[in-house]
Design a protein around this ligand. Structure first.
Ligand code: OKP
Ligand code: ZN
Length: 349
């Protein structure tokens, strides 16, 4: 299996995030991608290539150009305000404040950070824009390779991750929604139906929001229940899409402590939704923070479970783009991620 990867992810290295009300060292660190790449090489998964530059246009098929422009200049605006540490928001326009302010009227960086974010756990640093832009290009290059070569699967080793980023919001360590950008790019290259299967521990709220009113992209997610787990305000089972998108969104939330049996039961139900939809291609939002020793998550999958996930995905029989999302047990994310991918390969033949 081909892997797409760029060292540029290292430019995004936040120092601190707000965890449980305290500034703590970030868990979404460059070593995550380094560990996965090392395992790709150690297991001889296949060739590793650098991304091509597909430009901004495919990003702006998903994200509001004003949001993209904000991300591009956020660090400079923050620095110009005299700050020499990571940028974080602290005030949001929630229910009792105005939701419909034209962001062009927001002058200060603190207002803009609040307008375009949904959490205080996602620091912006000097290299964040370049790293996030390149991460999207990694996914787009994976999409192009899959379309152009007729391969069964490609692995887009994205960092920073993307599934929490909405049309005009960043949060949950995500800035640009790599999986959504790739899914749209498949459609723009001629596909008519794309499914996104999100196996990350966290709900892919950004991906759900982006495609919620559409029938050309099915979204299915297995994740920590919003009653207990971030992002709290999306991811319930009754969220099944709206308007033309009604019936094309499926959430499978599970309680803290869920291990192999409940997880695979929910995963099987999600896989049947994917198969019932009959997509031409599947994008997998591949997080391995479902692992029992993940420091910020509370599911209990074991290393031996990951190849089985890959085997089941291979049974879809259609091309698959794997897009890296979360996983914070840094010493094991390589083994678990590549275990899933080699499980796919052995079953896909
Ligand atoms: C990103 B991805 C912990 C704060 C939680 C957000 C987690 C984002 C995970 N108290 N911070 O889905 O792996
Ligand atoms: Zn996650």
């Amino acid at each position: 299996m081909l892997t797409v990867y760029s060292d540029t992810h290292r430019l995004h290295h936040g120092k601190q995030e707000l965890i449980d009300g305290k500034l703590m060292p970030v868990v979404e660190m460059p070593r995550r991608a380094d560990t996965v790449l090392a395992e790709v090489k150690a297991r001889s998964l296949g060739e590793v290539i650098a991304p091509d530059d597909h430009g901004r246009a495919p990003i702006e098929r998903i994200h509001d150009p004003r949001f993209v422009a904000f991300l591009e200049t956020a660090w400079d605006d923050w620095s110009a305000a005299g700050r020499d540490y990571d940028a974080l928001p602290f005030c949001w326009g929630t229910r009792t404040l105005r939701q419909d302010v034209d962001p062009a009227r927001l002058v200060g960086i603190d207002a803009k950070l609040g307008y375009f974010s949904f959490d205080a756990g996602t620091p912006i640093t000097a290299g964040t824009w370049t790293a996030a832009y390149t991460s999207a290009q990694v996914a787009l290059t994976g999409r192009a390779r899959l379309t152009d070569t007729g391969a069964r699967a490609v692995f887009a080793l994205c960092r920073p991750p993307g599934h929490h980023a909405g049309m005009d919001t960043f949060g949950g360590y995500c800035f640009l929604n790599n999986a959504a950008i790739a899914a749209q790019s498949f459609l723009d290259a001629g596909a008519r139906k794309v499914a996104i299967l999100d196996v990350d521990y966290h709900h892919g709220n950004g991906t759900q929001q982006i495609f919620y009113s559409r029938s050309d992209v099915l979204f299915c997610s297995i994740h920590g229940h919003p009653q207990q787990e971030f992002p709290f305000f999306l991811g319930w089972p009754e969220e099944i899409g709206q308007g033309p998108g009604h019936g094309f969104n499926h959430n499978f939330p599970l309680p803290w402590g869920s291990g192999q049996a409940p997880w695979f039961e929910a995963f099987e139900a999600a896989c049947r939704k994917v198969e019932g939809y009959g997509p031409e291609v599947v994008v997998v939002s591949l997080g391995v923070d479902t692992f029992k020793d993940d420091p910020i998550s509370k599911f209990r999958l074991e290393t031996s479970d990951y190849p089985k996930i890959g085997e089941r995905i291979a049974a879809f029989g259609c091309p698959v783009l794997f897009v890296m999302e979360g996983g914070y047990a840094v010493d094991q994310i390589g083994v678990n991620t590549v275990g899933l991918l080699t499980g796919f390969e052995s079953a896909a033949g």
